[in-house]
Structure formats: C-alpha cells, structure tokens
Design a protein around this ligand. Structure first.
Ligand code: SF4
Length: 276
C-alpha cells in the first residue's frame, strides 16, 4: 500500500470509529511521529509524484511503500504495543470508564524500570503513569538516585484506571482477573526494554510481576528474579505519603541504594546519608 492510501485508510477508520461512538479512538504519539516521518521522507523518494488532493483538505505529495517494513527498534516496538493497548477492551468495565489508557513513559532502552499497580485519577486524565502526588515523590526518588524520568522507564501492571462505580474519587486495587488480563502487555514491554533492574513498587506490582502475595514488610528490600532480571521490591510512593515516618522513607532509600549498587552506579557520601 502506498503512503497516501495508508494514511487515508487510517484517518477514515478513526473517523468511522468516532461516528460509531467508539470510546476515544486514539493513536500514540510515537505512531503519529512515525507517520509524520514517513510523510517527511516521501518527497525525496524516487517514487515522488505530483501532489494530489485527497478527501477534504488533505493533500499528499508522494508515494511510499510502508506495508512490508517492520519496526526493529525498541521505540517502534513499544509504539506498536501501545496501539493495541489504546484499542483494548478486554476488561469492558475499565474500557468504558477510562478517559484513556496509560501505557508507560521513559527510555525504551532503560537500564532501570519501575513498575507500579495501576493509573489513578491524575494518570487517567493525563495519560502518563505516576504524575500525581505519588508520582512526584517517585520523580524525587529517581532524581536522588542520579537519573531523570526520561532515563528510566515507568509503567504499571494495569493500563487502565480501575473503575470506582458511583464514586468519582479515590482508587481501588486491581482485581486478580484484571491483572491477569493486562499482564501480557507488561510482559511485552519488559521483553523489549530488557532493563538490567526492575523495581516493583508495592504489593500489587509484586503480585502482578511475580504472582507472590505477602505482607510488604516481608517482601521489601529483597532481590527476586523476574525471568532472570534482578527485581527489587520496595514500598509504593503512595504508602510513604500515607506514612510519613522517617524510618519508612529511609527503608525505601536503602532499597534504592541496593539498586544503584546492582547497576554498578557510584554512590556518593551525600547519597548515602540522604533521607527522602
Ligand atoms: S486494563 Fe489492560 S487488558 Fe484491561 S482493558 Fe485496559 S488495557 Fe485492556
């Protein structure tokens, strides 16, 4: 299929979905960037042909064969999964109640990956994981470790906000069925990113990743293996917001220092004496 025809087909499909009342038909930023890139490359292609006007005010200048090519880079592969997540309705109640899916954010080739449980209200509204108060604390932890949010990868076990029928606020934990249904997307993300270390934030993330259930005071601070990748368990930042005790915050920081050691990152004296 040539580029203008492919783009026309995508746009027509999205328009038809909208007319049929589909809930927020969407395409990821990465996918739109790829389409834009394909369009930008086209004019220099030997297959360039005089411009034509398509439907409405759309006009195209070139022909590009895009069908047989396949993304081999991490970013493209993640974008392809995100396309499926965007359209996913495997949990009908969540698909109906969500504002949008929340896939993940950060470096597609990150050494360090954080996994939480599910989007909350802020994340559902913004389409990005860990952007609320707990997210701000996670960002602070990441910075204290010497990284930026863009250098690590952040995702959740569940890609949709767990619904709270009749209540417009608060969060509920995902059900085991919801986690099991959504888990394959996370598995694919980890497979592509291939982090050197995974940090599971909270008991739900541990259950989603390892299938293990136990009190957090027994789980945290210990190394596990996720298909051969070292996995550190620590408290969810939301727990630290509820429990402001310095000793609990210190525990999380000690867990993160273990992570830095595992990543063979130098730890400064300032970092060693740091308290969240
Ligand atoms: S939670 Fe996951 S499996 Fe369920 S509808 Fe959302 S994306 Fe699909």
């Amino acid at each position: 299929m040539q580029f203008p025809q492919a783009l026309e087909t995508v746009l027509e499909t999205l328009e038809r979905m909208r007319e049929e009342g589909a809930h927020r038909p969407c395409a990821s930023r990465e996918m739109l960037a790829q389409l834009e890139k394909a369009g930008a490359v086209a004019p220099n292609s030997p297959q360039t042909r005089p411009s034509r006007t398509g439907t409405g005010n759309r006009s195209y200048q070139a022909t590009v064969d895009i069908a047989p090519t396949r993304d081999t880079n991490s970013s493209g592969k993640l974008a392809a999964i995100n396309e499926r997540v965007c359209a996913c309705v495997k949990c009908p109640n969540l698909a109906n109640s969500r504002t949008q899916t929340v896939f993940g954010v950060g470096n597609p080739d990150a050494d360090l990956m954080f996994v939480g449980e599910a989007p909350g209200a802020d994340e559902d509204a913004q389409g990005e994981p860990f952007v609320g108060r707990a997210g701000q604390l996670l960002t602070k932890i990441i910075k204290a470790m010497g990284f930026t949010r863009e250098e690590v990868y952040i995702a959740n076990v569940l890609k949709c906000r767990p619904d709270t029928p009749g209540i417009s606020y608060g969060n509920r934990p995902p059900t085991p069925t919801e986690m099991q249904t959504c888990r394959p997307y996370l598995m694919e993300q980890i497979d592509i990113i291939q982090p050197k270390v995974i940090v599971a934030l909270g008991a739900v993330a541990v259950e989603g990743l390892l299938g293990a259930r136990a009190p957090m005071h027994q789980l945290r601070g210990r190394w596990n293996s996720f298909n051969g990748t070292p996995l550190m368990v620590t408290y969810h930042p939301a727990y630290l917001l509820r429990n402001q005790s310095p000793s609990e915050k210190r525990k999380v920081w000690e867990d993160m220092m273990q992570v830095l050691e595992r990543l063979e990152k130098p730890i400064s004296e300032k970092q060693r004496s740091y308290f969240l």
